[in-house]
Write a protein that binds this ligand. Structure first.
Ligand code: NI
Ligand code: MN
Length: 225
């Protein structure tokens, strides 16, 4: 399957008819070099939490391209009010979709939804463990280091997408500890250098990881998994 790093925490996964986009922060994203119309064929949209750099263009994408949107119950309620087709889940819950299995994982973070009239409650923030055709991908969302990550070791994750930018999430040193807990085969760092508050050197992260393969992607680069 194809895993494309769009920018920040936004990834595109394609495998046969499955065309999934995670945390679609595209318009207004200073690192993203894609036009949102590139995603007109998406089948699924995943949203880890309500913050603007993750919820991003979900409403636009949902209204124009009609993917099935997977997120927590509260964000699904919000997006359903905007006429999106949603599948609500919550932390610890799993579900077998036609493309594979999805489990929502905990994240230590916030999840409010910013609107013109103030913040809305966005439930608990999370991450996604996505299993497609025998491959397991973990998108951590925005999170600090948690002991819960140790539980993911038993999942034998093929690819982990891990924030390293600090300030709002784990920094490099905590991300290294997270990778040691999770023990994925491959890691792609995310959520860094998009803004001044999340500056980090991915090469420093890569040099500190000994037992997983670290793949540093520039925006719009992709790998085959
Ligand atoms: Ni956030
Ligand atoms: Mn964020």
């Amino acid at each position: 399957m194809k895993i494309k790093f769009i920018a920040h925490s936004c990834f595109y996964i394609e495998h046969n008819n499955f065309k999934g986009l995670i945390d679609p922060f595209i318009n207004g994203n200073p690192s993203a070099h894609v036009d949102i119309s590139e995603f007109k064929d998406i089948s699924h949209l995943f949203v880890t939490h309500g913050h603007g750099d993750h919820l991003g263009d979900s409403v636009y994408l949902g209204q124009h391209f009609n993917p099935l949107t997977i997120s927590n119950f509260e964000i699904c309620n919000y997006l359903s009010m905007h006429k999106l087709t949603c599948h609500p889940m919550h932390i610890g819950g799993s579900y077998n979709f036609d493309f594979g299995r999805v489990k929502m994982t905990p994240a230590l973070h916030g999840s409010s939804i910013q609107t013109d009239t103030g913040d809305l409650y966005g439930g608990n923030p999370g991450g996604f463990l996505i299993e497609i055709d025998g491959k397991k991908i973990y998108h951590a969302g925005d999170t600090g280091l948690t002991m819960d990550m140790k539980l993911l070791e038993d999942e034998h994750i093929d690819l982990a997408l891990i924030p390293i930018g600090g300030n709002f999430t784990m920094d490099i040193h905590d991300a290294v500890r997270a990778v040691d807990f999770i023990k994925p085969k491959k890691v792609i760092p995310m959520h860094y250098n998009t803004f001044d508050l999340v500056k980090a050197d991915p090469e420093e992260f890569k040099n500190l990881i000994k037992n997983s393969e670290v793949i540093i992607l520039n925006p719009s680069e992709e790998i085959e998994l």
